[in-house]
Design a protein around this ligand. Structure first.
Ligand SMILES: [Zn+2]
Length: 366
């Protein structure tokens, strides 16, 4: 019997799969961290932290489980950052102590804040930081090319990205809201987003707080008239608290202070830091003499003073919380003060915020 020749089956040219592994940030607020893996290369997108919820006693910050990254550290080629919120950059300093991230690309404002964080943590030398501008294209490893597209968000200098992988384009929107009248005049690059859509996209990753709620979020600009009403009506000292990172909101508050002749003292380190960076980059505009340290505004008449402070979420150690507990060394609330919370409580913070408001009111604040 003739022996049948057995040919080896022709090898199929199969490309590796593109793996997308979110380590945090989905169905939760905080610790946004996403892993893109192709072949033997890993690209990281953002690395944030979360703040502890009420039940986490003794916990200062919450980080995602990075075991996968530690185990695959040799694959990590670099990181792209979409914007400078803590829940997107707050984890980076901690990760750098555990594995290498050779290079990090991100917007100027986010990278300015990140540099400070890395320096403080003593890990500034462990990575290279590069800044990007709208429509910049960067390459990470052999497998990933990333295009930065301007978006609109509560934080200035924020981006969506198109990630070109060997299998196709992934659009990651980053955090965003469609704001057609942005305070800083930097519009969402919808045109570029649409171009990608027309050409065909492998995968869209889109997640934004309150995206399940039907309807539109009003433009950030719509806050202005309400804030202005408070400025018009407040007779004594005015306290305003908002997220330290809400650059647009802070910009509006400073503009109103200028218009209503109130000298501003900023209380809270995170807010001072952000305002300094944002002013350098032109995202916050105000006269130099508008901002004064606390000891200089103390002698001004009450109606000429604005205290801009952290603590809008009732955070225990934030300035406004300490003022409310009468623990702040330099500021005491008195009858006639007006305190404005210009931020909604993040789910989980409501009780802390309400407690702070109660304490402020008991001391005579409006
Ligand atoms: Zn954000």
């Amino acid at each position: 019997m003739a022996k049948q020749e057995t040919k080896p089956a022709p090898k199929k040219e199969t490309k590796p799969a593109l793996k997308i592994v979110p380590l945090g940030g989905l169905h939760e607020i905080g610790k946004n961290t996403c892993v893109f893996e192709y072949d033997d290369e890993i690209l990281l997108l953002d690395a944030g932290l979360a703040f502890p919820t009420d039940g986490m006693h003794g916990v200062n910050i919450v980080l995602p489980d990075a075991t996968y990254l530690r185990e695959n550290r040799h694959k990590i080629k670099g990181m792209i950052v979409t914007h400078g919120h803590e829940d997107h950059i707050g984890g980076i300093a901690f990760h750098l102590k555990q594995f290498d991230i050779p290079v990090i690309y991100g917007p100027r404002l986010a990278m300015a804040m990140l540099e400070g964080k890395l320096e403080e943590a003593g890990v500034r030398e462990l990575t290279k930081i590069n800044t990007v501008m709208p429509r910049d294209i960067v390459r990470i490893g052999k497998s990933f090319v990333i295009e930065y597209m301007r978006n609109t968000h509560s934080m200035a200098d924020s981006f969506s990205v198109a990630i070109f992988s060997p299998l196709g384009v992934v659009i990651h929107t980053g955090d965003f809201k469609f704001d057609h009248t942005p305070v800083d005049g930097e519009h969402f690059d919808l045109q570029r987003l649409a171009e990608h859509g027309e050409k065909g996209v492998l995968c869209l990753m889109s997640d934004s707080t309150n995206s399940e709620v039907p309807g539109f979020t009003p433009s950030e600009r719509s806050v202005y008239p309400n804030l202005e009403r408070v400025f018009r009506q407040a007779e004594g000292r005015l306290f305003v608290t908002t997220f330290a990172s809400s650059v647009h909101r802070i910009n509006m508050i400073l503009q109103l202070a200028q218009k209503y002749n109130r000298t501003v003292s900023v209380v809270g380190r995170s807010m001072l830091n952000l305002i300094a960076h944002a002013r350098n980059l032109g995202y916050v505009k105000c006269d130099d003499n508008l901002l004064k340290p606390l000891h200089m505004v103390r002698n001004l008449p009450d109606e000429d003073v604005l205290i801009l402070t952290t603590g809008s979420q009732g955070e225990h150690m934030a300035a406004l919380s300490r003022i409310a507990r009468k623990e702040h060394p330099h500021i005491k609330i008195r009858e006639g003060d007006t305190v404005v919370f210009s931020a909604n409580p993040i789910p989980g913070n409501t009780i802390a915020v309400v407690n702070t408001i109660d304490k402020l009111m008991m001391q005579g604040a409006k």
